[in-house]
Design a protein around this ligand. Structure first.
Ligand code: KG4
Ligand code: ZN
Length: 343
């Protein structure tokens, strides 16, 4: 089954076509992040206007690339070979979401193809199902670490998710971004920049000077806002090397994420850990989870960095795995044309 998916929840306008939830045929991503760099954060109105500007070129490019890939004679032939559409319906910025949802609804009606609504966070998990997902076993623990969310989820099967815990304040990515801004090294989406700076630290101190919030609490919740304040105080004190401060901060976040995740893995006795979201591109987190899962005898699944941040490939994959047992006519009959109350 070939699914064309659209993702427009924040500042990326993305479209992809994926076969049977695992084979990426084409992926196009446009981003308005350069515009948000100027303002030091996303201005929702600017993000949604950029979505409007990018959506048609991104869709056109997707069909063109796909046509070239399958060697079709014209776009009609390409469209005819697509079985269903999928679209992110939330969470996200409403003005941005509306652009993708409206485009998907319009194509669904014009092309007479079923439309599958997908939750953005569930989508992030499915970045692990691209390629060969045969080694993933259920139940699995999922760690979702993005700019807006930090959640631990128990996945018993496709469409069977139970929330275990999550951040009570800032998300991990949000904390990376705010600390990077505080350090003056990046005004927007500073996670990757901060991580790079952390690698430059020549003399990391032996002592763990920053707190590991909620580490000892008997739950699966996280808190990162206090850590951010601790870094602020740290920077206001004696002059410190920015790279080593970045490293200490990154280590604190990674320690908390790793310990709480492994706690969930052990408690539920799962054999697979699936990680997703922009922060899972972080090298230190990837290494830490690799070591911890090896020690726990658990298989770790983390998407390649390109698939950690927002794109439409995993949206198509999530749409497939959550509907593969259904008849396409069944999907068509769902109230999917009333996504977000738009008729
Ligand atoms: O999943 P994503 O692309 O968008 C949301 O759904 O939020 O995640 C974006 C977040 C940002 O906070 C960004 O700074 C963070 O992921 N991020 C990183 C790295 N790459 C992206 N954080 C730490 N280290 C990285 N290498
Ligand atoms: Zn995301």
């Amino acid at each position: 089954m070939k699914i064309l998916a659209i993702e427009s929840s924040c500042d990326e306008t993305a479209c992809a076509i994926v076969e049977d939830g695992t084979k990426e045929l084409v992926s196009v991503v446009a981003s308005s992040k350069d515009f948000h760099e100027k303002t030091g954060g996303v201005v929702p109105e600017v993000a949604s206007r950029k979505q409007l500007e990018f959506i048609f070129p991104v869709l056109e490019r997707t069909i063109e690339d796909y046509c070239e890939k399958i060697g079709c004679s014209d776009k009609e032939e390409a469209v005819a070979s697509i079985d269903a559409l999928a679209v992110t319906v939330g969470p996200g910025l409403v003005g941005s979401l509306v652009v993708g949802v409206t485009a998907a609804k319009t194509l669904s009606m014009a092309w007479k193809k079923p439309l599958i609504p997908v939750n953005h966070l569930v989508g992030h998990i499915y970045a692990n199902f691209l390629g060969d997902p045969s080694e993933i076993t259920f139940p699995a623990v999922c760690l979702l670490v993005s700019g807006g969310h930090t959640d631990l989820v128990l996945m018993k099967g496709h469409g069977d998710l139970a929330y275990l815990g999550g951040t009570v304040d800032d998300a991990a990515g949000e904390c990376f971004d705010k600390v990077a801004r505080m350090m003056g090294i990046s005004r927007y989406l500073g996670g990757a920049v901060l991580s790079k700076r952390a690698l430059e630290c020549k003399n990391p101190g032996a002592a763990k000077l920053l707190p590991r919030p909620m580490l000892d609490q008997d739950n699966y919740d996280f808190s990162f806002s206090g850590l951010k304040t601790a870094v602020k105080r740290y920077l206001e004190g004696a002059p410190r090397d920015i790279s080593c401060t970045a490293r200490e901060f990154e280590e604190a976040v990674v320690d908390v994420l790793t310990v709480k995740t492994i706690k969930a893995v052990n408690h539920f006795g799962v054999k697979s850990l699936l990680v997703g979201g922009g922060v899972s591109a972080n090298t230190r987190l990837r290494e830490s989870l690799k070591n911890a899962t090896e020690a726990a005898g658990v298989k770790l699944f983390i998407p390649e960095p390109r698939l950690c941040t927002d794109n439409a490939v995993y949206i198509a994959s999530a749409a497939y795995f959550n509907n593969v047992t259904k008849d396409l006519s069944e999907i068509r009959a769902e109230p999917s044309l009333n996504i977000m109350g738009l008729t």
